[in-house]
Design a protein around this ligand. Structure first.
Ligand code: NAD
Length: 476
């Protein structure tokens, strides 16, 4: 793999590469260039030069290229999904969905481009006033490894449709799918320099994207701590930032909930993508009145989940993506054992067997009976471990659910109109689901409150996030 700068395949200035491995087997998948600050600077120069022509094009003509790319992505779904599973670890059916999701996003922005317009006001005493919307210029897109294709789509879809040029930085453990998708966009007609991909560490490539004054906006998705650093680095140039950060989503199961449906909601909500989703169910609050039955059913369902290589048929959950993630999850569960302050209801260890020895596997895990201040409730647990608490009623559930520095997603499971009204009003989150969790279609604005981030992606105003308004006042 090479860097993609100005339509050319280049080695990094450092001449060095880093190895990308399969997290299920440890097998080497390839080498990626170890980019650095100089590579970002070259990309900024190329993107700056490409901006004049790209931004002057008709928005529909720009979006048509995204539409053609989406068709090609769908045609090549099988290969792209296999690549995504190989580098990221998720089961192949989740990878197929993610690749289709990327195509959906590009198609959505194609559709939005038709409605792109400014405003007009006939103000008495001020003349005719027109509000023009102009693209910002060169934009930076920093992507994590957990949903690389979807998150790449959330950023480049609106940025490119709005007429900006982009420098994309994938995560070091999942750069291959992003690069393949960028090449498809190029093949669909994106001119050189409009989308540039620089692989390499966050400390060099990521920080230069945040700092470089030639970049007018940076859209970052990743951990809250990294987001804070990005905001600090972006501040001197006063550039726009969108920060999509961590979450610790609560799921509240009320006494009248459809228990089998809610059990399935937890299984998908927590163990999809091996628990490595920003909007995963990360804390479960179940009403006392149904807790015994709920936990019993959940336990037998969780213990039946098949853990293995995401490429194998019938696998429900793959490995974690990287060794640091596995270590973090193991540390949290070990702490519960050491302090004896919780009951490990299911899992709680790495699976046994030869097929697991070379990967970053951990069993789907349920932990009950923890104290309120357990790190399993206060930290973002980015892996297949779910802390469960029982609550007397909705008031207690809301108090505990909102007792978090995060506020990304939340869900309530009930058929009562009164409980739905109180929970949707009371939960501190960017998105609240009722009788479902995890779904984020491109049509709705997505982002968090509190330390889960700043700004929104998606939704019908997403193009405006990548544009600046210019007012023209005409006195006749
Ligand atoms: P991370 O913060 O470690 O890395 C994210 C990206 O930032 C990577 O490309 C990384 O190389 C880069 N990076 C690292 N240090 C940087 C720096 N100083 N400056 C600029 N870039 C830097 O996050 P991760 O482990 O890759 O992803 C998991 C996190 O992402 C979780 O917290 C998860 O909740 C969050 N996430 C949030 C959303 C959302 O939309 N809110 C979506 C997916 C994931």
């Amino acid at each position: 793999m090479k860097l993609l700068i100005n339509g050319e395949r280049r080695d990094a200035v450092s001449g060095k590469t880093f190895t990308v491995r399969n997290p299920a087997t440890g097998d080497v998948l390839g080498e990626a260039p170890l980019g650095g600050e100089d590579d970002v600077r070259s990309a900024v120069e190329a993107a700056g030069e490409a901006f004049a022509d790209w931004s002057a094009r008709n928005p529909r003509a720009r979006a048509k290229i995204l539409f053609f790319a989406a068709e090609e992505v769908r045609r090549r779904n099988t290969d792209l999904a296999a690549l995504l599973t190989a580098e990221q670890g998720k089961p192949i059916r989740e990878a197929v969905d993610e690749i289709n999701g990327f195509a959906n996003i590009l198609e959505y922005y194609h559709a939005l481009s038709a409605g792109e317009r400014g405003e007009f006001a006939n103000l008495r005493g001020y003349g005719r006033t027109i509000v023009l919307r102009r693209p910002l210029g060169v934009c930076g897109a920093i992507v994590p490894w957990n949903m690389p294709a979807i998150i790449m789509g959330w950023k480049i879809g609106p940025a490119l449709t709005a007429g900006n040029t982009v420098i994309l930085k994938p995560a070091t453990t999942a750069p291959l799918t992003c690069m393949s998708l960028a090449e498809i966009l190029e093949g669909a007609g994106l001119p050189p320099g409009v989308l540039n991909v620089v692989t390499g560490p966050g400390e060099t490539v990521g920080r230069e994207i945040a700092r470089n004054p030639g970049i007018r906006k940076v859209s970052f998705t990743g951990e809250a701590g990294t987001g804070r650093q990005v905001a600090l680095d972006a501040a001197p140039a006063l550039k726009r930032v969108t920060l999509e950060l961590g979450g610790s989503d609560p799921m509240i199961v009320c006494g009248d909930a459809d228990i089998p449906m809610a059990v399935e909601g937890v299984v998908r909500g927590r163990f999809y993508n091996c628990g490595q989703t920003c909007t995963a169910v990360k804390r479960l609050y179940v009403f006392d009145s149904i807790a015994d039955e709920f936990i019993r059913r959940l336990r037998s369902r969780v213990e039946a989940l098949v853990v293995g290589n995401g490429m194998d048929r019938g696998v429900d959950m793959g490995p974690l993506n990287n060794p640091a993630g596995l270590e973090r999850v193991m540390r949290l569960v070990d702490t519960v054992r050491e302090h004896r302050d919780g009951e490990i209801v299911a899992g709680g260890r790495v699976p046994r067997g030869e097929e697991y020895e070379r990967g970053f596997f951990f069993l789907p895990t349920l932990v009950a009976g923890l104290p309120h201040d357990s790190p399993l409730f206060s930290e973002e647990v980015f892996g297949p471990v779910l802390p469960i608490a029982t609550v007397a009623d909705l008031d207690e559930a809301l108090e505990r659910a909102n007792d978090s520095r995060y506020g990304l997603g939340a869900s309530v499971w009930t058929r009562s109109a009164d409980l739905i009204a109180r929970a949707t009003e009371g939960l501190e989150a960017g998105i609240v689901w009722v009788n479902q969790h995890l779904k984020v279609p491109p049509e709705v604005p997505f982002g968090g409150t509190k330390e889960s981030g700043i700004g929104r992606e998606n939704g019908n105003r997403a193009l405006e996030e990548y544009m600046e308004e210019k007012v023209v006042m005409i006195r006749l």
